[in-house]
Design a protein around this ligand. Sequence first.
Ligand SMILES: [Zn+2]
Length: 454
Amino acid sequence: MLSRINIIKNSMIFKAFNILVKNSLTFKRTYDFLKESQYWSADQLEEYQLQQLNKLVIHAYQNVPYYERVFNEIGLKPKDIQDLKDLEQLPFLTRDIVRENLKDLCSRSHSRNQFQHVTTGGSSGVPLELYLESGVTDAKEWAFMKTQWDRVGFRFRDKCAIFRGYKVPVSNNTFWKSHLFGRWLLFSSYDINNKNISTYIKKLKAYNPKYIQAYPSTISLLANHINENNIRDIPDVKAILCGSENIFPNQRKLIEQTFNTKVYSWYGLTEKVVLAGECEVSNHYHIFPEYGVTELVDKTGITIKTGSGEIVGTGFNNYAMPLIRYKTGDIGVLVETKCKCGREYPLLERIEGRSQDMVVTKNNSKITLTALIFGQHFNAFSNIKEFQIIQEKKGELILKIVKSKKYTSVDEKEILNTIRDVSNNQLDLIFNYTDLIPKTERGKHKFLIQKINF
Ligand SMILES: [Zn+2]
């Protein structure tokens, strides 16, 4: 019944256009609602969340075989969910459970054409299949996205250069194509290399966009090249919108300094269970309570109020395949403070990196990439264009590095010593210098290719 494959191929523009035309009412209602709700009090937001959660849980119990079974197994009824904390009585939903129960997680009350098939990548390279509520989930998503982008003034009609996962037919030294009547210029993020990067930058300058949307890794490449070659007259962009990958502090600094503008970053998932973004005055990720219930849990699965934990989400915007207490595999750091912008949203100080972004030492310790690499101060970073870590056996990392002209053996020594130091001599390094680091299927950069299962 659900074999209809309708993968909207990673085309944000196609989606945006289609949604704005066909589902403008859902989009507009959500957008108008968020304009007000973002300044609600914490109590108002909690009341709204509980109301939405009750609605979702009743729907899941009545129409989704998987949840009917889970509720019955633990002897729980939807009416037992009296406050947000009661949600903790339900078990977590993992990627494996989703994979094994795909059919049973689909709502019986939805007709075939209400399912939109999507896939999401993963560290294992095995994609996860999911269904969203066709015409609804995406329309609401765009209303939330627009609400976030309003914070830096971005409008859909603004002239925008895009460096995300688009496949652009490349010919005659042309690595881009025009879209939305010339308002957006899509650059291929799969084809950038040493030989053609200056062509990209020349085109960017000639296009002179008001905004740039980019994967942090891709725009960092350009920023590095601009700095290294002392290129001037860079377009005066109002903001650089970065999503889909973690943005690390050194990348943010590099991008903001090079383009002399603000990076606006957000965190979201294809699974649509959590959405959080920066605001006008802070780099903290503001979690949208209107989007779902977001929990952070420690290693034992206990919900925590502050500090570092795995992000677990229950999304309100997908009734075709509700995801309740879905373990994202991402680590966030929750802070108790409220932001000066006036929104009472919970704040993530940072996303610490995907939990799969961990390396295993000789003595089986797991170290996040953030702690190992990005939390350290490396002078060598300014002499490296790109890098990637590959782990094939524990206690050993293969470090692929694309050097800049200034890179010397001093840099290699610094990396070696720092990593030995941080890992207490539990990690050996193999340096592998290369000209190019291939992108993933979706054109993203992967900092770590982890081949060990743990
Ligand atoms: Zn704020």
